[in-house]
Design a protein around this ligand. Structure first.
Ligand code: NDP
Length: 322
């Protein structure tokens, strides 16, 4: 089968299409024939070496497709089921992958494969951020960075659905229009505006919570957006890892809380995975969160999808089609 492989860390050019054997499922695994593969920013960290993976390796953690073979002990799925997974095993950039049955979920009939691959990882991230890491409630002032991106578009809509006052931070006016169309109450242009000053003008005392996936370029400004006892959620490094900070800084800025969560910790058990994905599918099926049609790339063009994602050229989600 065709699969993207990398022999070494580096830029997008290290991604190469190769022929590899079709994997056989172990006792608790299913083999999924992929219809759409999610491209996530974490894939770029694993490609570049910011996050370490064993090499040589495949890439990609998320895909949607049909179960075509099952291991002897599998009970959750049968052949022909439509399923989606978002936590690997690494190697989703391929025509098929084997997945432990407890890491996959059944896909509701109403959700197409490309929408599933565009939204499971990003949507479960939005869900744990808004419902678990900090429980957003009506009237909360919430700052969401990269608001026109994959996670961002879902988070903006979900936060509005919860009744928050959403302050969206984006990289351009065009992206601001997208965030606005999704319901964001206020738009801040990261490359032009003073983020903390604008948030204070909007909120008075500062935001209850900041969801910062940009990292290096925005981390300190995000801390300055918060009211006393506010929650800083640093959940990504799109511009590079955030700076080292002394915990005393959190006290000086008003006894702030700081967390650095990952989706994997919040969906570690099958019960957590089922609860989180069911909540996501529910808001999608009820129309509270609309998943924009993702940009489609051929599997062979995985490198181009990374160039576009890292070049801030994309909005919403990207999928690879085998
Ligand atoms: P996005 O579609 O959001 O793409 C990243 C966006 O970050 C860009 O479009 C860009 O938006 C913004 N950005 C700001 N500065 C830079 C920069 N210097 N270089 C590149 N991009 C920049 O990607 P995803 O939806 O896949 O992921 C969003 C973020 O969430 C990532 O940081 C990812 O690592 C994180 N994440 C974390 C998870 C977790 O469990 N902790 C799980 C899933 C995602 P703009 O131009 O508007 O600024």
């Amino acid at each position: 089968m065709k699969a993207i492989r990398l022999e070494q860390n580096g830029g997008p050019d290290v991604l190469a299409l190769a022929d590899i054997p079709v994997p056989e499922p172990g006792a608790n695994e299913v083999r999924v024939r992929h219809h759409a593969i999610g491209v996530n920013f974490i894939d770029t960290y694993q490609r570049s070496g910011l996050y370490k993976i064993g090499l040589p390796s495949g890439l990609g953690l998320e895909a949607a497709g049909v179960v075509e073979a099952i291991g002897a002990s599998v009970t959750r799925f049968k052949q022909g089921d439509r399923i989606v997974y978002a936590s690997g095993p690494i190697g989703a950039y391929a025509e098929a992958n084997v997945v432990n049955e407890v890491r996959a979920v059944k896909l509701p009939d109403a959700i197409p494969f490309d929408i599933a691959a565009a939204s499971l990882l990003k949507g479960m991230t939005a869900r744990f951020l808004l419902r678990k890491t900090f429980r957003v409630e009506r009237g909360h002032d919430v700052v969401i960075h990269a608001a026109a991106g994959g996670v961002g578009q879902i988070a903006v809509q979900w936060a509005k659905h919860l009744g928050a006052n959403v302050i969206a931070v984006v990289g351009s006016d065009a992206k601001g229009e997208i965030a606005k169309s999704l319901g964001a109450d206020h738009i801040i242009i990261q490359t032009r505006d003073d983020i903390a000053k604008r948030v204070r003008e909007i909120t008075g005392v500062g935001a209850h919570v900041v969801y910062d996936s940009v990292g290096k370029d925005t981390f300190l400004a995000s801390l300055d957006c918060l009211r006393p006892l506010g929650m800083m959620v640093s959940f990504g490094n799109a511009s590079g890892p955030p700076p080292d900070i002394n915990p005393l800084l959190l006290s000086q800025k008003g006894s702030l809380f700081l967390t650095r969560p990952t989706m994997f910790s919040y969906t570690a058990t099958v019960e957590q995975l089922d609860e989180t994905s069911a909540d996501l599918f529910d808001v999608i099926e009820r129309g509270a969160v609309k998943i924009a049609p993702p940009a489609h790339y051929a599997l062979a063009d995985a490198a181009q999808s990374h160039r576009d994602l890292e070049g801030r050229k994309t909005t919403g989600s990207l999928v690879l089609v085998p």
